[in-house]
Write a protein that binds this ligand. Structure first.
Ligand code: SF4
Length: 234
């Protein structure tokens, strides 16, 4: 399928979502894919909300992009959700400010406080959410569908860029001069919190820079876990 065809399919899906789920929101983590979706939603003039999770540990480049996006798309503001103050203080005072390096459990509990709990608040009362997940991004994303029921969060989840390649994402961004995270130009294909993201080398997997000290199978923060009776990472 050509990029034009994929683009048309993504636009169709976004229009469909806006019609069927006017309360749907884009989860904007300011990655390259989210910038494509942000631009598409604004360009199509769809009344879809956007939200972002500020973990308090984001790189300076992501904050710079947040400001840039707010200025570029004033008609589509992004609502920011922060972690609970008491839970964050308790974690840091108990485990240390970088306690997440000590074990997968401590990493996941940090993600729980800084990402999952705020995500639950962002999704509360909505019937659907939209993500920029792509199938080729990670071994844990192979069996995703463009439309799926997110049983964990109790709402529909749409992934309009599921079949786009990384090259197609960049073609879209460059052709339309869409702003993107400056870290992408420094070999960070996947960007999360500053202490948990590093640059990758030529030939490395695109998610290799996220939680690089863990096995590939555990490398999800829990934002995109599919309800499964099996052993998907939490
Ligand atoms: S990515 Fe790292 S700093 Fe961010 S919430 Fe997860 S463990 Fe904490």
């Amino acid at each position: 399928m050509s990029l034009e065809q994929k683009l048309a399919a993504s636009e169709r899906l976004l229009r469909e979502i806006a019609a069927a789920h006017p309360d749907a929101a884009l989860a904007n983590s300011y990655g390259a894919e989210d910038m494509v979706l942000t631009d598409l939603i604004a360009r199509l003039g769809l009344p879809l909300a956007s939200f972002s999770l500020d973990t308090g540990r984001l790189p300076a480049e992501t904050y710079a992009l947040m400001q840039q996006v707010a200025e570029r798309y004033p008609s589509h503001p992004v609502t920011v959700y922060f972690p609970d103050t008491a839970a964050t203080e308790q974690y840091v005072n108990l485990h240390g400010v970088n306690g997440f390096y000590r074990s997968v459990e401590l990493r996941k509990s940090c993600c729980q406080i800084r990402k999952i709990a705020p995500l639950k608040r962002a999704l509360a009362g909505r019937s659907a959410w939209i993500t920029g997940l792509r199938r080729e991004q990670s071994p844990t994303r192979q069996d995703l569908a463009a439309r799926e029921h997110d049983a964990d969060n109790g709402l529909m989840k749409f992934n309009p860029l599921l079949d786009w390649t990384e090259a197609e994402v960049w073609q879209y961004l460059r052709e339309r001069d869409v702003p993107y995270n400056a870290l992408h130009d420094r070999h960070y294909p996947s960007i999360g919190c500053a202490p948990c993201t590093r640059a990758i080398s030529v030939g490395e997997d695109i998610r290799a820079g996220r939680w690089w000290w863990e096995n590939p199978e555990t490398k999800e923060c829990g934002l995109h876990v599919k309800a499964s009776p099996l052993t998907r990472p939490a």
